[in-house]
Design a protein around this ligand. Structure first.
Ligand SMILES: [Zn+2]
Length: 213
């Protein structure tokens, strides 16, 4: 899996273009905004977009998804359906961040735990990781040892749980059961900040080792 990272919006959210090296087919993961920059990169790299994948429904991860769907004519896939209330709240999210409210949009398909999503010939395993948000999913690509985790896990930190329907103990359980069970060399592609690995976080992340809260 080839990965291009484009930090978007003032939140520096890591929008990503993930490409199947065999077919050149690409998915856009968490396009939070700055649609023009994402489209320019797709054009520069001459990528063939197959779908838009979403880890969760926060505006800084999905703000550009509706527009990209229209421009590119592709489906929005994920997250898991417990996330619906964040999509219902889209107009409120736009307003809260100081933008003119836009209409709500919804994914074309919700994802379930353990199902797989295809991008070209790549198969990504879906893992439901509630806690930061209830319908949060991560995408694991076994063959290239990479996992896209959205706002579940960061280098040295974890996702916030103070939003509506956030749950700190559920987040910890998701990390322990769905992420720390992956091979330690697995590269973690987070929604904000630097990449890390499962092994590094297992031994250094104070939020899940019990040093904090
Ligand atoms: Zn978030």
């Amino acid at each position: 899996m080839q990965v291009i990272t484009i930090p978007v919006t003032p939140f520096m959210q890591n929008a990503r273009l993930i490409t199947c090296p065999e077919t050149g087919k690409t998915a856009i993961v968490d396009p939070g905004g700055d649609v023009d920059r994402i489209l320019k990169c797709i054009d520069d790299e001459q990528l063939s977009i197959e779908c838009i994948l979403l880890t969760h429904g926060h505006l800084d991860h999905v703000g550009g998804a509706g527009e990209l769907k229209e421009v590119l004519g592709v489906d929005i896939i994920g997250p898991q359906q417990d996330e619906k209330f964040w999509f219902d709240a889209m107009p409120m999210q736009w307003q809260r961040f100081g933008f003119a409210p836009k209409a709500a949009f919804y994914p074309d398909r919700w994802l379930s735990h353990k199902e797989s999503v295809s991008v070209g010939k790549m198969k990504l395993e879906v893992r439901h990781c509630p806690g930061h948000t209830p319908g949060h999913v991560v995408f694991y690509h076994n063959n290239s040892s990479q996992v896209l985790v959205g706002d579940v896990l960061f280098k040295g930190s974890v996702g916030r749980t103070d939003f509506p329907k956030g749950d700190a103990s559920q987040l910890k359980q998701s990390i322990l059961e769905q992420l720390y069970t992956l091979p330690e060399e697995t590269v973690v592609l987070s929604g904000h900040g630097d990449n890390t690995t499962i092994g590094y976080e297992k031994y250094n992340n104070p939020f899940v080792s019990g040093q904090f809260g």
